[in-house]
Each structure stands twice: as structure tokens, then as C-alpha cells.
Design a protein around this ligand. Structure first.
Ligand code: 6PG
Length: 250
């Protein structure tokens, strides 16, 4: 489904409504919710809105667990850090417990070690939760089932830190992978969730603005086979709900 908005403010307001609805429903059903935060700049306004009293009071923070879809290999206070952006826009302003903030570690020895540590953390978290939180794609190919994954998309069709032509797009077993430096902006090394994990989600919401990204979305919707070869975002096909929140205005 594609929802079109006049501008980023309208888009972000809708995103916050969906986040709260999905979180409240998950907490009602199973006592907790799991949300994967998007990086980049587009989600910033949504995070700021969610931190405002009018919205924050409706979010079940006590039972909400936040994760990240990807992270740049920088310190967690660096201006390029996806965590730092979410912390400034949201986390520092709401009553979420530190144990519910599942940050991708960038203080490991190297990105590979950071990816392995995050995967171990995710497996530990989801294996202590009801089995319904684990979706078995096939024998021993279980993946977590996040209640909500928020994603952005680059103007090259990347999403999270899954870039065009990356061998990580073919990853079927790992939940988390290290991305070598040299791609993306900033062109630093990164850590990213893999496609099987992202696609295991109950709900995936893309937040995309601008004509270039909307042209990519048009290809994804109208020429899926071609898009699949060109754009990693075209490979986001959750068994659950996929919604594109869009605005032509940046
Ligand atoms: C990252 C992001 C990335 C982002 C897109 C869009 O770490 O770079 O996770 O996937 O969502 O690059 O970024 P903008 O929202 O800044 O256009």
C-alpha cells in the first residue's frame, strides 16, 4: 500500500499514528512490542513528534523495545550515528528504560564483531520470548518477527545498509551483517539487519520523500522484476503488512 502526503510533516504525523497503534496492539496482545528504528534523516521529524507530550503519552514505553535496522561504524555520539539521531530526537525525551533500547554496538573491535554481537543479542532476546515471535522460514532458518520495521530508502534504492550489488543481499542465514566501507553516504563501514530478518516483520513502513525516490518506488510497483535487480528496497517483501508513506515534497 502507498499513502501519499503533502509534505514531511503530514507524512511524519501519519507515521507516528501507525507506530503508536501497532505498539499498543502488540502490548495488548503479548505484553511487549518490538520496533526497528530507521536511520538517515527522513524519520527525524517522526521521532521528534513521537517525543512530544501529545503523542508520547499514548506510547506504551514501559513495554516497548527499540532496535535499529542499521548503524554506521561511528561512535554512538557521532553526528553520523543513527542511534545519536534517534537519541537526540526521541530517546532523551521519553520515559523508556535503557534495557529496552537495543542499540547496535559500534564499540566492538571491528564491524564484523559488532554484527556478531548484535546477532547474539537479538537471538537471546527473541528466544526468551513466546515462540510466536520467531518465524520459521525453514528448518533452523528461524528469524525474529518484529512488530514493526521502519525503513528509509536511498536515492540508489538501498534500504537499511543493504546497497545495490552487495553480496549481503543473498544472505539467508545471518540475521546481522557487516558492510565494508566505501558505499553509501557517509561511506563508512556499517552494520545491517539482513533481508530474511527484515522480511520476517509483521509490519514494514517505508518513509520516503522526493521525486527521485518516488520514481524508484514507481519502478518497484510497476516493474518489480526489473526493480528487484536494481534496488535492494525492492526485495523488502514481508509476509506481513508493507506500507509506503510518501511525499513528493522533500
Ligand atoms: C542509513 C539509513 C539509510 C537511510 C537511507 C535514506 O544508515 O543510511 O539507514 O538506509 O534510510 O539512506 O536516508 P535519508 O532519509 O537521509 O534520505
Amino acid at each position: 500500500m502507498v499513502r501519499k502526503f503533502r509534505d514531511i510533516k503530514e507524512l511524519s504525523t501519519a507515521a507516528v499514528g501507525h507506530i503508536i497503534d501497532i505498539a499498543r496492539k502488540a502490548v495488548r496482545n503479548k505484553g511487549f512490542c518490538t520496533i526497528v528504528m530507521a536511520g538517515g534523516s527522513t524519520p527525524r521529524l517522526a521521532y521528534e513528534l513521537l517525543s512530544s507530550p501529545a503523542y508520547a503519552k499514548n506510547m506504551p514505553w514501559r513495554n516497548s523495545h527499540l532496535f535499529w535496522g542499521d548503524e554506521r561504524w561511528v561512535t554512538s555520539t557521532h553526528p553520523d550515528s543513527n542511534f545519536a539521531m534517534a537519541h537526540k530526537a526521541l530517546l532523551a525525551k521519553v520515559s523508556i528504560q535503557p534495557k529496552n533500547i537495543h542499540q547496535i554496538p559500534t564499540d566492538a573491535t571491528n564491524p564484523e564483531d559488532g554484527a556478531a554481537r548484535y546477532e547474539k543479542h537479538l537471538r537471546g532476546f527473541f528466544h526468551t520470548k513466546p515462540s510466536a515471535e520467531m518465524k520459521s522460514l525453514a528448518k533452523d532458518l528461524s528469524v525474529p518477527c518484529f512488530d514493526l520495521v521502519l525503513l528509509g530508502m536511498g536515492t540508489d534504492g538501498h534500504t537499511a545498509s543493504l546497497f545495490p550489488g552487495s553480496s549481503i543481499l543473498a544472505e539467508k542465514k545471518k540475521w546481522v551483517a557487516a558492510v565494508p566501507a566505501g558505499v553509501g553516504s557517509p561511506p563508512v563501514a556499517r552494520i545491517t539487519l539482513t533481508l530474511p530478518v527484515l522480511n520476517g516483520a509483521k509490519n514494514i513502513f517505508f518513509l520516503v520523500t522526493g521525486r527521485v525516490k518516488l520514481a524508484i518506488l514507481d519502478t518497484i510497483l510497476t516493474r518489480p522484476a526489473e526493480a528487484q535487480k536494481l534496488y535492494p528496497a525492492a526485495r523488502i517483501k514481508p509476509a506481513g503488512n508493507l506500507v509506503w508513506l510518501t511525499s513528493e515534497k522533500e
